[in-house]
Structure formats: structure tokens, C-alpha cells
Design a protein around this ligand. Structure first.
Ligand code: DGL
Length: 270
């Protein structure tokens, strides 16, 4: 990496990874960001490791062809199942280790982890948390209905609250003191999750801790120190574009960003 402002590539299976982009923009306002949402192949959270690795590598290759010099795997499922086997030429991060560190820092004795089925099956969060603090108790719960509810825009709906309450009941009965939101979409449900959990449970997500890790590394390399935002600082790519993606993206980023519908396998270099 050299002196100019960085071009950071970020990918997720859908729109949820923009929660990481929003955090990155706070920390690195002069960086440019290319965001790829693999909406055509969402969800990753029910798929096998082999498939998630194949999709993730295609996303990495697409962003690398566009010249990114740092890369964030903002999808928890891809971070849990594919990150260590990805062929990436630039500095790169997943959201799993930063999320686990944030949970360990916040935890009392018992961490609950909610995530997709594949992430829970991999037990990657449980292992990452226990590596950092073997004394902590970790309980996991897959919540497969939550991603579609967010995609539908029902983050603050009574139905969503009832479903969240049902998913969280075993964790709350087991007296978790910290809840790690181990899926890109879940930070958008913070309001409902906080209501269901009550004040005794600390909610933690990966977006803030991942952006901090990226900032530290880039600044150590003399990058990302500028403050003047370039326009447009975020470009969005989706493998299946639709008004829903644009609507949710605008809500997460707080402003519209240009969106292109692409094929990740196209041999584009610009
Ligand atoms: N991006 C996925 C994750 O963070 C959630 C959506 C999906 O299942 O693809 O695990």
C-alpha cells in the first residue's frame, strides 16, 4: 500500500454488509469504497462451505479486478466458512474475529451468539470467543427468519418482535449477559433486539470493531488519514439489483449511492 487514499472493497451476500461500510465511512471518510452485494445468490447462510467459498472467491476476484487495495469480507457466513481459504492479494479482514473480540470485551460470563444456520453450524464464533477467553460460556442460536424480515423492511414490526422473542427465549432463559449479532443484517434489528433482551444484556456487533481493525492497519501503512470526502465515495454493485436493495442501502448509508447491476464473472477492469 502506498500514500494515496485507499480503495476498499467490501462484499456481502446482500445489503446487510453496508452496516460495515457505514462504520468504515465514519472512521475513514476519505477512503473510497466499492461494495458488492451478491443478491442473486443470497442467502449464503443456508449453503455448504464449498458453495460459499466458490461464491466468495468470485466476489474477491471481481473486486480485485477493479483495483481495490484492501478487502473486507462483511458477510459473517463467508467469514466463518471461507475466509481462510480465499485467495486474496491485498490486506483483508473478515467480521468474525473483530466481532468475537468485541463480545469478549463486553462479556460478563455468558455470551449468546445469533447467526445464520451455516455460521452456527461452523461454530466459528464459539471457537473464536473461547480462544480469546476459555472461561466464557457461549450459547448459539440460528435465526433463519430474521434475514428475510430485514430484507422485507420489517425491522420494527410487531411480527418481527414476536419472532425475535421466540428465537431468543432459550438464550435469555440461560441468562446470557451479552448478545453477539453474528449476521450482517442483525444490526438493523437492534431496536427490537434491545427491547426483547432488556437492559441486562449488552448487544455487540462486528461493524464497529471490523472498521477499527481496518483503520489501524491502513493508518499504520500511512493511508486513510485524509478527511475530505471524495464524491461519490461509495459505489454499489449488486448481482441482482432491485428497488429493495437501493431502498435499504439508502437507509443504512443515510444517502443514496450509485448502484450497478453486474455479473461477478464479467472480465471488467474499470
Ligand atoms: N450475510 C449473511 C451473514 O452475515 C446473512 C445473509 C445470508 O444468509 O446470506 O451471515
Amino acid at each position: 500500500m502506498s500514500g494515496s487514499e485507499p480503495l476498499i472493497g467490501v462484499f456481502d451476500s446482500g445489503v446487510g454488509g453496508l452496516t460495515v461500510v457505514a462504520a468504515l465511512r465514519q472512521r475513514l471518510p476519505a477512503a473510497s469504497i466499492l461494495y458488492l452485494g451478491d443478491t442473486a445468490r443470497l442467502p449464503y447462510g443456508t449453503k455448504s462451505r464449498r458453495t460459499v467459498l466458490r461464491y466468495s472467491q468470485a466476489n474477491v476476484d471481481f473486486l480485485q479486478r477493479r483495483g481495490v487495495d484492501a478487502l473486507v469480507v462483511a458477510c459473517n457466513t463467508a467469514s466463518a466458512m471461507a475466509l481462510e481459504d480465499l485467495d486474496v492479494r491485498t490486506p483483508h479482514w473478515g467480521v468474525l474475529e473483530p466481532g468475537a473480540s468485541a463480545a469478549v470485551a463486553a462479556a460478563g460470563r455468558h455470551v449468546g451468539v445469533i447467526a445464520t444456520e451455516s455460521t452456527v453450524r461452523s461454530a466459528a464464533y464459539e471457537h473464536a470467543i473461547r480462544r480469546l477467553n476459555p472461561e466464557l460460556r457461549v450459547s448459539q442460536r440460528a435465526c433463519p427468519l430474521l434475514v428475510p424480515l430485514v430484507e422485507e423492511g420489517w425491522e420494527d414490526d410487531e411480527i418481527t418482535e414476536r419472532i425475535v422473542a421466540r428465537y431468543l427465549a432459550p438464550l435469555l432463559e440461560a441468562e446470557i449477559d451479552t448478545l453477539l449479532l453474528g449476521c450482517t443484517h442483525y444490526p438493523l434489528l437492534r431496536g427490537v433486539l434491545a427491547r426483547v433482551c432488556g437492559p441486562g444484556v449488552t448487544l455487540v456487533d462486528s461493524a464497529e470493531s471490523t472498521s477499527l481493525a481496518v483503520e489501524h492497519r491502513l493508518r499504520r501503512a500511512g493511508r486513510g488519514g485524509g478527511s475530505a470526502p471524495r464524491a461519490p465515495s461509495v459505489r454499489l454493485f449488486a448481482t441482482d439489483a432491485g428497488s429493495r436493495f437501493a431502498r435499504l442501502a439508502e437507509r443504512i448509508l443515510g444517502e443514496p449511492a450509485p448502484l450497478e447491476w453486474i455479473d461477478v464473472n464479467q472480465a471488467e477492469t474499470t
